[in-house]
Ligand binder design. Structure first.
Ligand code: CA
Ligand code: CA
Length: 162
């Protein structure tokens, strides 16, 4: 197994899809998304983009949208649709440049070591040395996943030194 490290610029967040439209609608609210994805959405997003899971824009999908803003997030209510249920949407947020490197912006993935020796060593000090200027001075979060199946480190069942 290989581990990759993802440290902290890209000004759109990942896409999020936390709800299905089967109940009262498709509720992709900022509050819930933040609760479920700590550290992944900047404090004051400047824009929101929503697409159906199949990649259609809101306009192309033709649903009546209740909310789509950077305060509440995105809500498509079943009760607002004349004849059908909502499509299933995913959303992402853009963050103002000051938040790049300070909120939600991530580096590229790094994979500097293979686990064939004493283990898989993805030390920040080595990554900095080998990738000068690419990693911000004070990373806020780290993510690690396997290189083959993108499995989060926490789901591998392995024990980590640090
Ligand atoms: Ca590795
Ligand atoms: Ca959804």
């Amino acid at each position: 197994m290989f581990l990759l490290i993802y440290l902290g610029p890209e000004c759109w967040t990942d896409w999020f899809d936390r709800d299905d439209p089967s109940g009262t609608g498709d509720w992709e609210t900022l509050y819930s998304l933040r609760m479920e994805n700590p550290g992944k959405i900047c404090p004051n997003p400047v824009d929101i983009e929503a697409k159906t899971l199949s990649g259609l824009s809101v306009a192309a999908a033709g649903d009546v949208i209740y909310k789509s803003d950077t305060t509440v997030g995105f809500v498509c209510r079943k009760s607002d649709q004349p004849t059908k249920t909502c499509n299933d949407y995913r959303v992402r947020f853009s963050c103002h440049p000051p938040f790049c490197g300070g909120g939600v912006c991530w580096t590229k993935w790094y994979d500097r070591d293979n686990p064939s020796g004493t283990g898989d060593w993805e030390l920040l000090s080595d990554l900095r040395k080998e990738n000068p200027g690419q990693i911000c001075e004070h990373p806020l979060y780290i993510e690690a996943q396997t290189t083959d199946t993108s499995t989060p480190a926490s789901s591998t069942g392995q024990t980590f030194l640090t």
